[in-house]
Design a protein around this ligand. Structure first.
Ligand code: ZN
Length: 151
């Protein structure tokens, strides 16, 4: 399957459709996945990224010294954060799906907020056109393929 721009919107419509269906039929396993992420990433509700040894390690292995969005050195902008490409509020069962995670800096994470990936790409295209091509490289292609296959 070729995930180019023209079918991006269709894929997100599909992801939303699946998301909404699941959202209204949340299973105990969905909520457990959500809690597992908190246990993996945070200890004692500390929202600093990677407060467990395992998640710290993961964040280091999945980033270099610079934020892939803004290019700032992590050390100068408050460190690494682990963000969900498809937001947890909408996709709790993808909380701990590693294809849905990426490492970005605190200010970029805040700016992205609860935007869906498609909305985020659109936002970057409008407000940060110079970074748009970089963002596209991080599109969750494998995850979208799996959502499509599940339907
Ligand atoms: Zn950044």
């Amino acid at each position: 399957m070729n995930l180019d721009n023209k079918d991006l919107k269709d894929l997100f419509a599909l992801a939303d459709e699946i998301g909404k269906k699941r959202y209204h039929k949340l299973t105990p396993q969905d909520l457990e996945d959500y809690r597992q992420f908190d246990r993996w990433r945070y200890i004692d509700g500390n929202y600093k990224c990677g407060t467990t040894a395992v998640s710290q390690q993961w964040a280091r292995e999945n980033s270099d010294w610079h934020c892939p969005v803004c290019g700032a050195k992590f050390a100068t902008v408050g460190g690494r954060t682990i963000d969900h490409k498809l937001p947890r509020a909408q996709y709790p069962w993808l909380s701990l799906d590693f294809r849905n995670l990426w490492v970005i800096c605190q200010p970029c994470n805040q700016e992205k907020g609860e935007r869906h990936w498609y909305e985020y790409e659109h936002y970057m295209f409008i407000y940060h056109r110079d970074r748009y091509a970089d963002i596209q490289l991080f599109r969750p292609r494998e995850l979208l393929k799996s959502l499509k296959a599940r339907k």
